[in-house]
Ligand binder design. Structure first.
Ligand code: ADP
Length: 227
């Protein structure tokens, strides 16, 4: 693996058992993501985008092949090792924000840092910086229920990068927003990725946003192909 690759999927298979029949979602799928690269994953519903993201993000085990993250083959690691890598090196953003409703925006972004062992002061300073970066620091003390959909997603993105991951995986992060709001949220996400040198794989149905990324891939017959 060359040093400039952050993530590699090597001949990954992923199948689900559907009673008697096996559903093959990924079959011999190869994919690589360079450091600092931002790639759009565009494919119809049911094609396997979430499966690919979950496999790349070590949430699901490949049935065959391997996932190599930052030079480390992850396919045979224990659950604990995978969890540690996920916690430290990977940030996830979903279509729905999944913020904790009883905590403020600031506390939601502090939480992963506190779990990692940072002090309240350190976590709160970094959380505020990230909220500022996502242009939502003026709403830091508000709970998710008091924020708009676009604001909630900004907080969710700030939380995903709270522990300075190397890889950001996003599953339709603006899929729940109107086009104008989606554009603004994506502006902030893109600025964050570009500025921090993060690598990002972002599933989206939005072709305008996909066009702004470095590269676009889709899924065809279980394989990842450029388009
Ligand atoms: P996408 O994100 O592109 O909509 P998914 O990766 O969610 O696609 O799903 C791909 C296919 O795999 C779908 O047909 C879905 O029903 C099936 N699938 C996803 N997860 C499971 C699961 N845990 N068990 C069985 N089938 C699944």
């Amino acid at each position: 693996m060359t040093q400039d690759l952050l993530l590699e999927l090597k001949s990954v298979d992923r199948r689900y058992d559907e009673g008697a029949r096996k559903l093959t979602i990924l079959e011999g799928a190869d994919f690589s993501l360079k450091r600092g690269e931002m790639v759009a994953l565009v494919a119809p519903s049911g094609a396997g985008k979430s499966t690919l993201l979950h496999t790349a993000g070590l949430l699901e085990w490949p049935d065959g092949g391997d996932v190599i993250l930052n030079g480390q083959a992850c396919g045979r690691l224990s659950d604990d090792q995978r969890t540690a890598i996920r916690r430290n090196e990977i940030g996830f953003v979903y279509q729905f924000h999944h913020l904790l409703p009883e905590f403020s925006a600031l506390e939601n972004v502090m939480m992963p840092q506190l779990v990692r062992g940072l002090s309240q002061t350190q976590a709160s300073e970094r959380a505020m910086q990230l909220l500022d970066y996502m242009k939502i620091s003026h709403r830091a003390e508000h709970r998710p229920g008091e924020l708009s959909g676009g604001e909630q997603q900004r907080v969710a993105i700030a939380r995903a990068v709270a522990n300075a991951p190397l890889l950001l995986l996003a599953d339709e992060p603006t899929g729940n927003l109107d086009p104008t709001t989606a554009g603004y949220v994506f502006d902030a996400l893109e600025a964050l990725v570009r500025q921090s040198g993060l690598s990002a794989l972002i599933a989206t149905h939005n072709h305008d946003l996909a066009a702004r990324m470095d590269r676009r891939v889709t899924l065809v017959e279980g394989k990842v192909v450029d388009f």
